[in-house]
Write a protein that binds this ligand. Structure first.
Ligand SMILES: [Zn+2]
Length: 444
């Protein structure tokens, strides 16, 4: 838009610009407004009964990490505070029920389990929840999908992802697990808040898809509290392991001692060092020694008959302690430690155990830490070779360890504890490809 030159360019009555013409959309084009922003999609999954006689989503073939499992549009979305979301979501659902036969069918499938009506068969549920064209309802709403019924649907099926609360049809069939997470979800804001589920790990044909409904860090007690607040009592494999297999073992005593020491003393010591950075260089060496003595005792108490995932759930019990140890290795003045490489080695050891602890519960932290761990291992490898042939790695590590320290004679790089841990979890692993990347550990 340009001024004609007979008025003030910056506004006012003399702007002299023609009014913007109203855009007229022909009435026959209004169908364009009804095109959904994204098509729904269902990948290699199907609904089946699981061992606990609940409906769940299962893989119909072998699935690779990153594959899209499904894309589903929301039945209702709320983007404000979670506590105020229920009333708003229920009103949206009631509105949708008046205009959409498909929404009614989907909601009727989600009410199964707590109404007096007979539950729909799997064939009926699959038919209702799979993508299909919508139509206007031919019957009045009736007495089944009442406000009370919909409050229950919202309480039991709402997803809290990317600070939004939403209700979806097929995704509601995915069950929660604290320790076998193999899928992640993202709400696609620009695409009408559709939700996209992807595989985070390899999933064997016939295996159930699991997604965490809440943060699964923390003790069994904390997780039970969270699941009960959401209307169910978690009986997943990890919860059963911690409630039935672990108690009374040497490992349980080691992890309890470690966390008792952390809660009663080590956490406060770390906090004090944070407030007094001048002291941190010296004092964190002692703190690190104490942490390592606990984590090494925990590692040596691992039962050789445990499967890899059980080792991971066990290590998860002392996660705050590992964090504290990694913090110490960052704060510590390398000149006060026996040798820089010993320090890096200690960090490697703590990172490895954290990586294992996260493998089945938090895939994002797992991927991030795996990279850190590989970098540290690469550093250890590098220090065994002439620097000139490995200059590529130097920029990546020189922030952590001053280059002049590489002149020191390094101790032989052997991650004894990590290797033992690796070997013990290897003996009982299920899948032959598991932990292959950890094989880079020297001697492992
Ligand atoms: Zn659980």
């Amino acid at each position: 838009m340009q001024s004609r030159g007979d008025g003030d360019l910056f506004g006012g009555v003399n702007l002299g610009v023609d009014p913007v013409p109203e855009l007229q959309v022909p009435e026959s084009w209004t169908w364009t407004l009804q095109i959904p922003p994204v098509a729904e999609f269902v990948g290699p999954v199907e609904i089946r009964w699981n061992e606990g006689c609940e409906r769940g989503l299962f893989a119909t073939r072998h699935i690779f990490p990153g594959e899209v499992l499904l894309v589903s549009r929301p039945l209702a979305v709320h983007s404000g505070v979670w506590a105020y979301s229920t009333a708003e979501l229920v009103e949206q659902l009631l509105d949708a029920c008046r205009n959409s036969a498909r929404t009614r069918c989907q909601l009727q499938c989600l009410t199964d389990g707590w109404t007096s009506r007979a539950p729909p068969t799997l064939a009926v549920v699959s038919q209702a929840l799979w993508p299909q064209p919508d139509t206007l309802p031919t019957e009045p709403l009736g007495s089944f999908l009442t406000r009370e019924v919909l409050v229950n649907v919202v309480d039991r099926n709402s997803f809290h992802v990317n600070s939004k609360t939403a209700i979806y049809g097929l995704p509601s069939m995915i069950n929660h697990s604290c320790g076998n997470v193999n899928a992640s979800a993202n709400i696609l804001d620009p695409l009408g808040d559709a939700i996209l589920f992807r595989a985070e790990t390899e999933i064997n044909a016939g295996s159930e898809i699991f997604f965490p409904y809440f943060k699964v860090s923390g003790s069994l007690h904390r997780r039970r509290e969270r699941s009960e607040a959401m209307g169910f009592s978690c009986r997943c494999e990890r919860c059963r392991f911690e409630a039935e297999i672990l108690p009374g073992t040497k490992a349980a005593a080691a992890s309890k001692d470690a966390m008792d020491a952390f809660d009663s003393k080590l956490r406060d010591e770390m906090q004090e060092l944070r407030d007094e950075p001048k002291e941190a260089g010296l004092q964190s060496a002692m703190l690190l020694q104490e942490i390592l003595s606990h984590t090494r005792r925990m590692a040596s108490a691992i039962d050789c008959t445990w499967r890899e995932r059980e080792v991971a759930w066990y290590l998860h019990l002392a996660l705050p302690l590992y964090w504290c140890g990694v913090w110490c290795t960052q704060e510590l003045d390398p000149s006060l430690w026996k040798c820089t490489l010993t320090l890096v080695k200690a960090r490697c050891e703590l990172l490895l155990q954290m990586v294992l602890a996260w493998e089945y519960t938090d895939r994002h932290s797992y991927d991030h830490l795996k990279c850190c761990y590989m970098l540290y291992l690469a550093f250890m490898e590098m220090t065994r070779l002439p620097l000139s042939s490995n200059h590529f790695w130097v920029p990546l590590v020189h922030h952590e360890v001053p280059l002049w320290r590489l002149e020191e004679t390094p101790e032989p790089a052997q991650h004894t504890t990590s290797t033992e841990l690796y070997a013990s979890s290897r003996r009982s692993r299920n899948s032959p490809v598991r932990l292959r990347w950890l094989g880079r550990t020297r001697g492992g």
